[in-house]
Design a binder for this molecule. Structure first.
Ligand code: NAD
Length: 513
């Protein structure tokens, strides 16, 4: 490709010249149109810890539209304002600036009500209309459902009853948080309930992993560089490991987690999305339609590899340590029955039935109370097969690692000669740490909220992606239902012994946690 073809294909942020700085996905600097954003559940955990702080950070960096208003819908509004200020001071990325807060606080409006109260939605409608008139806005609304999933359909139906889901003048968008169902059937019902009220193009499903810079860099590394793509196939890649490990336990979220477990909570969404970005073909365009089309293709070709007794593993943390402090097992934690069968560790093997990936296993694992907090994708290349017996003995498997968190960056493991006599090869690592190269990146929620305001759906999984992912995970969940309680592993370890066996059977090993 010539430089001008590259520039045409990867348009430049801000329109400046040169290949450096080319934007594969969106331009965060473009301001959105005037808008009112409604957060349902504004006093809840997610809104306080992530959404409000992200909105404050956007205000701090001047990225909110001038005519932005935030309307909080809450059961109790009595001390909501104080709570919101406290959440910004505690969780925002940027320092608390009273001036920025005051100007944002003037734009925050509260509507008191319950989700089953149609009169409250009528009050919301009147408030939004009043803000439109006061600021001369044309009725662009974002509805952010930061509410328990059991209320998604109720809130959408109430919006429809009050006519808030459509407008002759402005646009309407709705944002929903995972979980998108607990299996394929419930996910399809949720899709139907949302699409009864909003057209598919107005529905933004948040998978906050996709807002992370390292995750977006998977596409940059693959498609903006020439050297990786020719090797990106079953002739050169031995296997791929995708890991998300947490050192903490369920920490007070028993109500949500019991009966959900690690596979539904993390693998069905975040980790299969990572797989899609690693394995997809190059999109025709780096926009919402282009990327979704390729992700859907790859997810629809993804299948569990069996036999499941050997290719998957499931565990529940028992007593042990969390950051060197003794902790009880899950079954002794408040909110969990002593015989809970909820898994806190899940691992599975999938294959992708395409010419590019046939025969390459993708090993996926996640767990709580593991030895270390990390999220990464490790692509292991096949070792060299030709050469003298001596060079074969010294051969190493190159591994390309995308570190998603913490310390996001990219590493390439190669073999190098150890100094001195003889030809002794030692694995060494070439590394790139994002924080040492680039300015601090916005938090995932800043990026995603900004994209919703601008109407850029590139980083939001579509309904088909969600449903194909359930089709991958559902058979494993069914299989586990008949397997009794998960195997216990020690808190602070690297997971259950069955997970180690799962890989050693294939003559491979998990990367050390
Ligand atoms: P939460 O229970 O802390 O908050 C829910 C909010 O909804 C509260 O403000 C509550 O008052 C309000 N609410 C509940 N029932 C209501 C009713 N009948 N009428 C009016 N208001 C009502 O939940 P959360 O943890 O903030 O999660 C919100 C959504 O985000 C859920 O879909 C959850 O699965 C998802 N999510 C949360 C997190 C997280 O870190 N908390 C992470 C990922 C996804």
């Amino acid at each position: 490709m010539t430089v001008s073809e590259v520039q045409e294909r990867y348009p430049l942020a801000g329109g400046s010249g040169g290949v450096v700085g080319a934007a594969l996905i969106g331009n965060i600097g473009q301001l959105a149109e005037p808008v009112s954003m409604v957060i349902f559940g504004i006093t809840g955990d997610l809104a306080r810890k992530k959404l409000l702080p992200a909105i404050y950070d956007l205000a701090h960096s001047g990225q909110l539209p001038a005519d932005f208003d935030l309307v909080g819908f809450a059961r109790e509004t009595a001390d909501a304002e104080t709570q919101l200020r406290e959440s910004v001071t505690a969780y925002a990325r940027t320092p608390f600036d009273p001036e920025v807060w005051e100007s944002l606080a003037e734009r925050i409006h509260l509507v008191q009500g319950s989700f089953d109260d149609t009169a409250a939605f009528a009050r919301l409608s009147a408030r939004l209309a009043e803000l439109d008139v006061r600021r001369g806005k044309s009725g662009n609304y974002v509805f952010y459902l930061s509410v328990p999933p059991s209320f998604f359909a109720t809130v959408c139906d109430q919006l429809a009853i009050c006519g808030l889901n459509r407008s002759a003048h402005g646009w309407r968008r709705v944002v929903v948080e995972k979980p998108f169902g607990h299996d394929l059937a419930s996910s399809q019902s949720l899709g139907v309930a949302l699409e009864r009220v909003f057209p598919p193009s107005s529905i933004y499903r948040i998978d906050h992993y996709l807002g992370k810079e390292t995750v977006q860099n998977i596409l940059a590394l693959r498609f903006a560089n020439g050297m990786f793509e020719p090797l990106w196939n079953n002739r050169h890649i031995d296997h791929v490991q995708i890991t998300m490990a947490e050192s903490v336990g369920v920490t007070g979220r028993a109500g949500y987690y019991d009966g959900v477990g690690a596979a539904r909570d993390v693998i069905q969404n975040h980790l299969l999305q990572l797989l899609a970005l690693i394995a997809m073909e190059e999109p025709v365009a780096f926009d919402a339609d282009g990327i979704a089309a390729e992700k859907i293709k790859v997810l629809s070709a993804t299948e569990l590899l069996g036999p499941l007794a050997e290719t998957s593993a499931r565990g529940q943390y028992g007593a042990g340590v969390e950051n060197d402090v003794p902790v009880p097992g899950l079954a002794d934690e408040a909110g969990f029955p002593a015989d809970s069968a909820t898994e806190t560790f899940a691992a599975l093997t999938v294959g992708i039935a395409t010419r590019r990936w046939a025969g390459v296993p993708f090993f996926i694992r996640t767990g709580k109370r593991l030895a270390r907090r990390t999220a990464e994708i490790a692509v292991t290349f096949t070792p060299p097969v030709h050469g003298s017996p001596a060079s074969r003995a010294a051969a190493v498997s190159n591994v390309l690692v995308f570190r998603v968190q913490p310390d996001d960056g990219i590493e390439l493991h190669i073999g190098a000669k150890r100094p001195g006599g003889g030809m002794h090869i030692q694995p060494v690592s070439l590394g790139m740490d994002f924080r040492s190269v680039f300015d601090p990146a916005p938090e995932a929620y800043e990026r995603l909220i900004c994209d919703v305001l601008r109407g850029d759906a590139t980083l939001f999984p579509r309904r088909e992606e969600v449903e194909w992912s359930w089709k991958v995970v559902d058979p494993l969940l069914d299989y586990w239902t008949g397997c009794g309680r998960p195997e216990t592993y020690r808190s602070g370890s690297s997971g259950p012994a069955s997970a180690e066996r799962m890989l050693s059977r294939t003559a491979r090993a998990w990367r050390t946690l």
